[in-house]
Write a protein of this length. Structure first.
Length: 236
């Protein structure tokens, strides 16, 4: 164990990396967040365009919104404010631009929570599940990550940044497969996204729930078009 008193505990770091790994069973690889239609429409066609597309989602779309939910949920659990956590869950369910994006959040949230409860059981998960059921709410993915990170003692800033990195990596991976791009182009796109991920994380740390919103109309449009796309590899 590190002797640095401010360092993240090794067990917590291990959990964070495991939870947000592509191998964690949330089915993230089955969602493209509308990128599948964006590729068909010619809006995403190379390394630069996938990097620009994901940057906008991070800074002005659901990446920004979700990062706020991660941080807010973490804070609510850490302070023991169950009422605030319920309010965050309400916001997270409402702030979805399309039916497929709502499915994306609910399905991954449920899968994440089920997997974490099996491998790292904790009474706080059980209590939250009961509260969600009583309110007829689904566990939105970013909220579950914030809750789990707080229970594990993972710092808030690292939790938000790691969530956004995993989110961006999944979208770039979808672009790599759909365009298709080479792995080198995918890696270059991830390098380009380093600054936007950090900027989105920093913004989210200081944003109130009342200030969240999106301004990515084309992303919402491609998601809606994907709902009726004739041939589809992804669920969103």
């Amino acid at each position: 164990m590190s002797t640095n008193p401010t360092a993240i505990p090794e067990s917590a770091l291990y959990r964070l990396m495991t939870w947000l790994s592509p191998a964690f069973p949330v089915g993230a690889f089955t969602y493209s967040h509308g990128i599948e239609y964006a590729v068909e429409a010619g809006l995403v066609s190379d390394r630069d365009s996938i990097a620009r597309w994901v940057t906008d989602i991070l800074l002005h779309g659901s990446g920004s919104v979700d990062a706020t939910f991660v941080g807010a949920a973490w804070k609510a659990v850490t302070t023991g404010d169950d009422g605030e956590l319920a309010r965050i869950s309400d916001y997270a369910e409402a702030y979805r631009g399309t039916a497929e994006m709502a499915l994306e959040s609910r399905a991954q949230g449920r899968a994440f929570l089920d997997a974490v409860r099996r491998a790292w059981p904790h009474p706080r998960f059980d209590t939250w599940m009961q509260d969600l059921a009583a309110a007829e709410r689904s566990p939105a993915y970013p909220v579950t990550v914030g809750v789990a990170a707080a229970i594990a003692g993972i710092p808030r800033d690292l939790s938000v940044t790691a969530y956004l990195h995993a989110f961006a990596a999944n979208l770039v991976s979808a672009g790599v497969r759909l365009v298709p791009l080479g792995q080198s182009d995918g890696l270059a796109a991830m390098a380009t996204l380093e600054a936007p991920v950090q900027a989105a994380a920093n913004d989210a740390m200081s944003r109130d729930l009342e200030d969240i919103g999106t301004a990515v109309l084309m992303v919402d449009w491609t998601s809606m078009q994907h709902e009726t796309q004739y041939t589809r590899l992804y669920r969103s």
